[in-house]
Every structure is written in C-alpha cells, then in structure tokens.
Design a protein around this ligand. Structure first.
Ligand code: FE
Length: 337
C-alpha cells in the first residue's frame, strides 16, 4: 500500500514538473559575447517577459560546431557572436533560419543585417587608423594610404587570419577590385615595422611605445583603454590619435555584433522577441556599452562618443563573408601572414 502511495505521489510530482516545464517559457542563448552587461540584459528581459534565459558561452567557431553536432535536437534558439564574417560562416553551414519581423527590419539598417534576415546586427564598431601623436609624417586619411612608401617601417598589423582583417580586406576587394586590393596589401606588407603579431590592443600599445607609427584597430579597443583607470592604459591612449578613414569617399569600415535565430530553435518566438527587445533604446545602450560599441539605434555613449561622428561604409556586411575566401587568397598572395 505504501509502495502504491509512493508511486502515485511520484506520478503526481512528475506530471506537475512536466506541466511547469511546458508552461514556463524559456530561451536558450549560445553566446560568444562574454560581458556582464549582457547578463543584466538577460535578467531585464526575463523580468519584462517572464521568459527564462539559459546561457551557454563559448568561442564562436566552437558554438557553431556544437549546434551542428546537436542537429535537429539542438536546444539552441539564438546564436550571438561578433563580426559579420563569423555570422556569415554560421549562415553558410545552414544553422540560421530567416526571421520576418517588422520591428527588426525597421530598426536595423539594411546593410547591417543579412539580405534574407538570417542574422541581424545589434551593435557596431569601426576599424579605424590609429597613429602616434607627433610622428611628423603626413596623417593617412584612407586605408589605401597605409600602402604609401612614406610609411616604410612604420606600420604594425594584426595577422591576416584574424576575422577583423579578413572582413576589412573583403571590403577593400569590394571597393577596389581584387588586383588593386592585393597591390594594396603588398604595399602595407612592405611598410611593416615587424611581422604581424598580437591583438588590436597589442598594436595600440606598440604604436604608443613608438615601436610602430601607425596601425588599424577596432574602436572598442580604444574605448577600453579610454575607460581604464590603469596609468599605463592612460599613457597609451594619450599617445594615440584616431582617424576615421575614407571620410571623403566610401566611409570607414564598420562591422557588427549580431545574432541569428537557429534553424531548429525550440523557442523560436521567444528568440525573435529577445532580438526585438535588444533593438529597443535602453537595451541598445546597454548592449553597445558592454563592449564600448556604437548602438545600431540611437547615439553612442561612453568614451567612444568622444571620438566624434563619422561617415560609414554602407556596403552590406554580408559582403565580408561572401568575399572571405578571396580575402584569404589576397593576403596570401601579398605575403601578409
Ligand atoms: Fe575583438
């Protein structure tokens, strides 16, 4: 009898649990962005909507592999990552589904989302020229100028396998044509002060220290140094000048942090709702500020706002992916390691 009672009780508990899981709305986010401010957005979203957020963090390529391995049974609803080149890789292996949302398409400019709405830009960064204050050379105003022989032995660059440089090169190929872009890369390589090494911050430090005179870096790396309290970071930033390139022409190269709804998302509607939430004014500010980026909607805040306004290259970010293979080849031919 006791056994039967136990069994009945267990059954009731199980039914109750299944009941609650079925009712409680949830959202599974796979994110390659690791910022505390993103966590505060998840909490705020849950408070506003009652939708529980489960977070899995990892590197972008690792998360893509995982979603592929999980296949149709993947719990992933949304993949959040940085750089359109990476979003494009994810769309190429078929892990996104198109989303039709009036809110998303009206708020996010056409060039910062996939043409079939497989992914959406949620914040943006510019890849800018940075030089050492007081170098005494003519300030380069365009990416093209970095190939100018006047800067021989003065240019430091990150490696060509880095996604930011691949996306920049893809944009150069799109603007100049493949041959001219290769020629440009050859000129830049000829100007190298040292073989490519380190991340964007390492380039900024090398310019500040005088090891190099010029580099390119994403704006959020500059924003990080600007907001740092460390004396060494303050010294670094004080030695640097920022140029938004190609202001008289096509504009500065801009890339995004973004996200797409996963093809087999078990919670598709919740995922779309979260994307829409992220394009709202308050969420935009928090999402962008979390990594010193520019919001997609509204004005910049935080230290990068001090860098001022600039004209952006309006080429669709999907081009960075479509021309990625060409970019790899161009760097290879030019000897940019
Ligand atoms: Fe970065």
């Amino acid at each position: 009898m006791a056994r039967l009672c136990q069994a009945i009780l267990l059954f009731i508990v199980l039914v109750a649990q299944v009941g609650t899981t079925a009712i409680a709305a949830e959202l599974n986010i796979y994110s390659a962005r690791h910022y505390d401010t993103d966590l505060s957005l998840y909490e705020d979203f849950t408070q506003q909507t009652g939708i529980e957020v489960n977070l899995i963090e990892g590197g972008s390529d690792g998360l893509i592999e995982r979603i592929l391995a999980e296949g149709e049974l993947s719990p992933a609803d949304l993949l959040v990552t940085v750089d359109a080149g990476r979003l494009w890789r994810a769309s190429e292996v078929g892990i996104f589904q198109p989303v039709s949302s009036e809110i998303l398409t009206s708020r996010i400019p056409g060039n910062l989302r996939h043409p079939e709405n497989l992914w959406f830009g949620l914040s943006k960064r510019a890849r800018v020229i940075v030089y050492r204050d007081g170098e005494g050379f003519e300030v380069p105003g365009r990416y093209e100028d970095l190939a100018n022989a006047a800067y021989q032995g003065r240019v430091c660059m990150r490696s060509s396998s880095n996604i930011y440089n691949l996306s920049l090169m893809a944009a150069m190929i799109d603007a100049l044509g493949e041959d001219a872009a290769i020629e440009w890369a050859r000129g830049v390589v000829n100007n190298f002060a040292r073989p490519p090494q380190g991340n964007d911050t390492a380039q900024l430090r090398a310019v500040a220290s005088g090891e190099c005179g010029i580099t390119v870096a994403n704006t959020y790396y500059i924003g990080r140094l600007m907001s740092s309290d460390k004396p060494t970071d303050k010294e670094t930033v004080a030695a640097l000048k920022v140029v938004f390139p190609n202001q008289a022409g096509r504009g500065a190269h801009v890339n995004i942090s973004g996200a797409g709804v996963v093809r087999h998302a078990p919670n598709r509607d919740e995922a779309v709702r979260f994307l829409e939430y992220l394009t709202g004014g308050k969420a935009q500010r928090v999402f962008a500020e979390g990594n010193n980026e520019y919001p997609i909607v509204g004005d910049p805040s935080g230290p990068i706002a001090e860098l001022g306004n600039f004209a952006e290259d309006k080429v669709n970010a999907v081009v960075y992916g479509e021309r990625q293979a060409q970019a790899v080849r161009a760097f290879d031919i030019a000897g940019w390691r």
